[in-house]
Design a protein. Structure first.
Length: 318
């Protein structure tokens, strides 16, 4: 007993901010600390899984969860402080800390509050290697994706498999690799592709099938998409087009996407809330439930607003 030293409550606060439950462990409350840590880990995993799972839909009511999350974080910090004070009282120890050490601990606590913590670092790692978010600023992928849609992109999927026709891919724009673009992959390495009567012709056959995007209209434009032109796709290259062909700056104008430029596959809209969920291919034929004026969304045949002849369509990076 006599050899024990008092514990400093500010150290417990610092540890609790770094990792929930660690302050309680420092205070000698092992079971309590591990329980709080487990709650934090399970809640984080559940929230991440709900966000990234393709079929979940986000609702504005989820914002109400911010209050209990903040309350839990505050409780963990206050509880760690009180646990240390209780430990000192139980062992008849008096808190002893110099003014310099106290200032140093307060500064460290401030830095932890201002700098990225473990959760933020984990989120940054996930964004860099697995799941990233992008915003659709304009209309080159209408009606599948609308301006303002925020998307989740799977950056790991193409480490295990090759991109396939129909995938909505995010890639580094070949003419400016710092800019990410999003388009639909329509042509694979080694194939020939032609735009004929507003339809895609792959290896001499018109592309058909149940997928909604195959019913889109594509226009003859650019160096790699002129009328009657059959384009040979080189090895390890892809041919991509925007769903809104009239307003898309795509492979017709600048050529092919190198395999190494592919970042990942867009698979889910997470904002706005009313559109959250998996990217819906049926939106191509039916459109959103309502357009801005309250009427049904215009069918694809009414979206043929061409650019001025000779002018490249304006495009955007997500």
């Amino acid at each position: 007993m006599g050899s024990e030293k008092s514990k400093e409550p500010l150290v417990a606060v610092l540890l609790a901010l770094v990792l929930p439950g660690l302050g309680q462990v420092y205070a000698g409350r092992m079971k309590r600390g591990l329980t709080l840590l487990a709650i934090n880990v399970l809640a984080t995993v559940a929230a991440l899984a709900y966000l990234v799972y393709p079929n979940t839909r986000l609702q504005p009511s989820l914002l109400l969860l911010l209050a209990p999350i903040f309350a839990f974080s505050l409780f963990v910090v206050i509880d760690a402080y009180r646990c240390v004070r209780a430990w000192n009282t139980q062992h008849n120890l008096v808190r002893s800390i110099t003014a310099g050490k106290r200032i140093g601990l307060l500064f460290a606590i401030l830095m932890v509050l201002l700098l990225p913590g473990p959760s933020q670092l984990i989120a940054q790692y996930v964004r860099s290697h697995f799941i990233a978010s992008y915003k659709m600023p304009a209309g080159s992928m209408e009606p599948t994706l609308l301006p303002g849609d925020r998307l989740l992109v799977d950056k790991a999927i193409y480490r295990k498999t090759e991109p396939k026709r129909g995938d909505m891919i995010v890639f580094k724009y070949p003419e400016d690799p710092k800019r990410p673009f999003i388009k639909r992959l329509v042509g694979l390495p080694g194939e020939t592709i032609e735009i004929r009567n507003e339809k895609l012709v792959i290896n001499g056959e018109i592309l058909q099938g149940p997928e909604g995007w195959k019913s889109l209209s594509y226009y003859n434009e650019g160096k790699y998409g002129s009328r009657g032109q059959v384009v040979q796709i080189p090895p390890n290259r892809y041919y991509v087009l925007g769903d809104n062909s009239a307003s898309s700056h795509d492979s017709r104008f600048w050529g092919f996407v190198p395999r190494e430029n592919v970042i990942g596959k867009a698979y889910k809209i997470f904002y706005p809330f009313q559109r959250s969920g998996p990217i819906d291919e049926s939106a191509i034929t039916r459109g959103p439930k309502n357009s801005g004026d309250g009427s049904p969304f215009l069918k694809r045949s009414l979206l043929k607003v061409r650019t001025v002849p000779g002018e490249r369509p304006k495009d955007e990076n997500p």
